[in-house]
Write a protein that binds this ligand. Structure first.
Ligand code: CU
Length: 121
């Protein structure tokens, strides 16, 4: 029995390596999938939009979430999208990116808070 294992040690090792490799590929595939369906999320934290600038494709959704204890809003400077209501803690606001271009926005409660959305085709 021991001899059998010794003889087959290489084969077992190879099998383990192949299985590990497959899992790595599966993981990479999943990560790729996650990327193609990635959500464009902007966190509002410490009186700032994070990321401050985001690039999305036209038709994609963009979601803000307020992580502060203060209410914040999301208002397009040039009214390129509907403005949000005052977002409470952990409340979200979602828009769909429209025509390509650069949209700037701010928080109407704290106008120094600004952000930019770059919409690509
Ligand atoms: Cu604010």
């Amino acid at each position: 029995m021991i001899t059998f294992f010794r003889k087959n040690q290489k084969a077992v090792l190879l099998t383990v390596l192949v299985v590990l490799n497959l899992s790595v590929f599966a993981l990479a595939g999943e990560m790729k999938n996650a990327d193609s369906t990635k959500q464009n999320r902007i966190e509002i934290r410490d009186f700032a939009f994070n990321p401050k600038t985001i690039t999305v494709k036209s038709g994609q959704k963009i979601t803000w979430i307020n992580r502060d204890e203060e209410p914040h809003t999301v208002v397009s400077v040039e009214k390129q999208f509907k403005k949000s209501s005052a977002l409470d803690t952990d409340q979200e606001f979602t828009i769909t990116a429209g025509v390509p271009g650069t949209y700037t926005y701010f928080c109407s409660v704290h106008p120094k808070m600004t952000g930019t959305i770059v919409v690509e085709k």
